[in-house]
Ligand binder design. Structure first.
Ligand code: LLP
Length: 389
């Protein structure tokens, strides 16, 4: 249960808003540093998960790099003083302005996703008389066993260069003299909880590495992407993601060439548990087979349930004391938002104490892909952020 004492702190703050517990973030960052440094792994943070300045400042101060997927994310990372040497830039559709901006700021590496993109970056770098560092994002055709919308490493997905194109690409790179190949990049998907998917990725990377060695291509960096999942069902018990077995697995199964560096791009696992969407009950409405709790937050503030049928734990903070009593009686509610779409539903048949207009209801584990994916549909106001410090 979310700490109900926080209600006094929330007094007078108009809902809905995102609440970020920066202590949880700090503890997460400490753990990720502790576990990754055991193996000298380099961690980047995927800005797409949450790009708030307060969050980025703490992440940068922890010595973590930036993984960007748009020119504006690169700009944001630079403005937040991430060192350009710690910035990587991925994405299937980088436009010329975005590439030029990244070239001007001498970022560490472009993760390239197609043969055509290689040609374009080479031309733009040539025009600036620069050599661009690039990594080939390879589609390893490994199943991440997660929701199909957040699976990225299968041949049917738009991401990465396919394995059968590698021969051509290596030949092509010999001609593209304004590119320097410094690494291979992989990312198979997000919210991965089945560690065997990461093991399959390692085995595939080893195979691909052998191919490069046999073609006398030296690879300095291996970037295995992000994807480590978090516990949406029990955020209190599992506040910090399973970094220990995660990094150990890569250390156990990746076969590295001496001196090779391993990079990660974690988003969700760093920020999901520090964020909570706080909302107020507007109305209780009787349906045919259920009662609706109608919140003042909807799919415009937190889109994940509508888009991926994602689960977020829902708690009625105002009725927390009832939950603690041994004979607490729970009712079933469909918890919905105010948006004019039937998909604007946060949960069906959710067990809650008797809920009333004015109660504070929170949606947990909303720090990743929550606020960043908020939108103005129905001309909604931009959702605000409140911080613990
Ligand atoms: N690297 C690349 C190239 C990516 O595409 C992503 C996420 C990451 C790293 C970070 O993955 P993470 O560690 O956060 O799993 N909106 C969806 C998630 C989309 C993830 C897209 N790519 C959601 O709300 O579940």
């Amino acid at each position: 249960m979310f700490n109900e004492n926080i209600i006094t702190k929330f007094k007078g703050i108009p809902t809905p808003f995102y609440y970020y517990d920066l202590n949880v973030l700090k503890q997460t960052l400490e753990k990720v540093k502790e576990e990754s440094s055991k193996y000298n792994f380099i961690v980047h943070y995927a800005l797409k998960a949450n790009a708030n300045n307060e969050i980025l400042d703490l992440i940068r101060d922890a010595g973590i790099g930036a993984d960007c997927v748009s020119g504006n994310e690169v700009k944001k990372a630079i403005e937040c003083s991430f060192h350009p040497e710690h910035i990587v830039f991925a994405g299937v559709g980088k436009n010329d302005d975005e590439i030029n901006y990244a070239l001007d700021h001498n970022i560490f590496c472009f993760n390239c996703e197609s043969k055509e993109e290689l040609t374009v970056i080479n031309e733009l770098a040539k025009a600036k008389n620069k050599i661009a560092n690039i990594a080939l994002r390879i589609n390893p055709n490994v199943n991440a066993n997660t929701h199909k919308y957040i699976t990225t490493g299968l041949e049917e997905n738009k991401f990465g260069i396919n394995l059968w194109e590698l021969d051509d690409v290596v030949k092509q790179l010999k001609e593209l003299t304004n590119l320097k190949l410094i690494g291979l990049h992989f990312h198979i998907g997000s919210q991965i909880t089945d560690m065997s998917s990461f093991k399959s990725l390692c085995l595939k990377v080893n195979e691909i590495q052998k191919w490069f060695i046999s073609h006398q291509v030296h690879i300095e960096n291996i970037n295995v992407g992000g994807g480590l999942g978090v516990d949406y069902h029990d955020p209190d018990t599992n506040r910090i993601a399973d970094f220990e077995p995660y990094f150990k697995l890569f250390n156990d199964f990746l076969e590295l060439i001496p001196g090779q560096k391993v990079h990660f791009e974690l988003g969700r696992a760093l920020v999901a548990q520090c964020g909570t969407l706080v909302s107020r009950v507007l109305y209780i409405k009787k349906g045919v087979n259920t009662n609706f709790v109608i919140l003042d937050a909807g799919m415009t503030e937190l889109m994940r349930p509508a888009l991926y049928q994602a689960y977020h734990k829902i708690e009625n903070l105002s009725k927390a004391s009832i939950l603690r009593s041994p004979d607490s009686h729970l009712l079933k509610y469909d918890v919905v938002g105010p948006i004019c779409e039937s998909s604007d539903c946060f949960g069906k048949a959710v067990d809650l104490p008797e809920t009333m207009r004015g109660d504070l209801v929170v949606l947990r584990t909303a720090g990743a892909y929550g606020e960043v994916m908020a939108n103005g549909y129905n001309l909604r106001d931009k959702v605000k952020a409140v911080y613990s410090e």
